[in-house]
Design a protein around this ligand. Structure first.
Ligand SMILES: Nc1ncnc2c1ncn2[C@@H]1O[C@H](COP(=O)(O)OP(=O)(O)OP(=O)(O)O)[C@@H](O)[C@H]1O
Length: 251
């Protein structure tokens, strides 16, 4: 008999803990396609949450919904950030409220230097870290500040994308596959930076295909499976649970 493991006992965190970022009953669609299917979860202030799951599980869609991008359409549920109702906001308002989305394609602006990319992020309030503070965190960006952003290496572009998010006054960093296509030594460097960002009190949601690396960094983990939450618990619970990893993460 093939008995499917039951991880549902882990699903109750969203109902019990006080939240900094809270997603409740969120349903997200691309046109007629029902992608994120009534999910609820909490993120606590200062923690790193790994949002994991197979290809197509709905991770990027969830990040985009929280950031209030034009797509997907969220037609049910609530999203609260530090007592502010994100579900009533457009993306620029969510950004002003403290959401910093770093998309998978990094979106470095062509024709602008590293420094101009950072300055552009600070053209309107709320302004976050100063250029000096950003360059202290990312010395490589300081070395290359006069270089056109799109000519940086993949790792450097990822650093620039994260720095650009921090250049605004954010409360939550949403990172979509920051390790994608990067050599392990560069992943080490970015991971180190994310630990420093955490020490500065910023809350992070990390979507990553490299589940082991993400779990080593994260405090908590949510696993999505076909648009629903299959697991909500600590990162170490996932690392220690072989059947859970095999079932949803293929690791
Ligand atoms: N713009 C879109 N229009 C229609 N369907 C979309 C769109 N973007 C994503 N989808 C669909 O939504 C589902 C979830 O996609 P999503 O990108 O959120 O998954 P994911 O978990 O981030 O996957 P991956 O790890 O492969 O990036 C997929 O079936 C995908 O084909």
């Amino acid at each position: 008999m093939n008995v499917k493991p039951d991880f549902s006992k882990h699903r109750n965190h969203a109902e019990t803990a006080p939240a900094f970022l809270s997603v409740w009953g969120m349903k997200a669609y691309y046109g007629e396609s029902y992608i994120v299917q009534d999910i609820s979860f909490n993120v606590h202030e200062g923690e790193i949450l790994a949002l994991l799951g197979r290809n197509g599980a709905g991770k990027t869609t969830t990040l985009r919904a929280i950031a209030r991008m034009d797509t997907p359409q969220v037609n049910h549920g609530e999203i609260w950030l530090d007592h502010q109702p994100l579900h009533n906001m457009k993306s620029h308002e969510a950004s002003a409220a403290g959401i910093g989305l770093v998309p998978e394609d990094r979106c470095i602006i062509p024709g602008l230097t590293v420094e101009e990319n950072l300055q552009l992020a600070q053209i309107a309030p709320p302004i976050g870290w100063s250029l000096d503070r950003l360059y202290e965190l990312f010395p490589r960006l300081k070395e290359r500040r006069r270089q056109e952003g799109v000519t940086l290496s993949g790792g450097e572009q990822q650093m620039l994308a994260v720095a650009r998010a921090l250049a605004r006054d954010i409360k939550v960093l949403l990172l979509d596959e920051p390790y994608e296509g990067l050599a392990p030594v560069i992943v080490d460097e970015i991971e180190k930076t994310l630990r420093i960002i955490k020490e500065q009190g910023i809350t992070t949601i990390l979507v990553e295909q490299n589940a082991v690396r993400a779990l080593e960094l994260a405090d908590r983990c949510i696993i999505l499976d076909t648009g629903g939450i299959a697991f909500d618990g600590t990162a170490s619970e996932v690392l220690e649970n072989e059947s859970l990893r095999a079932e949803y993460l293929a690791i």
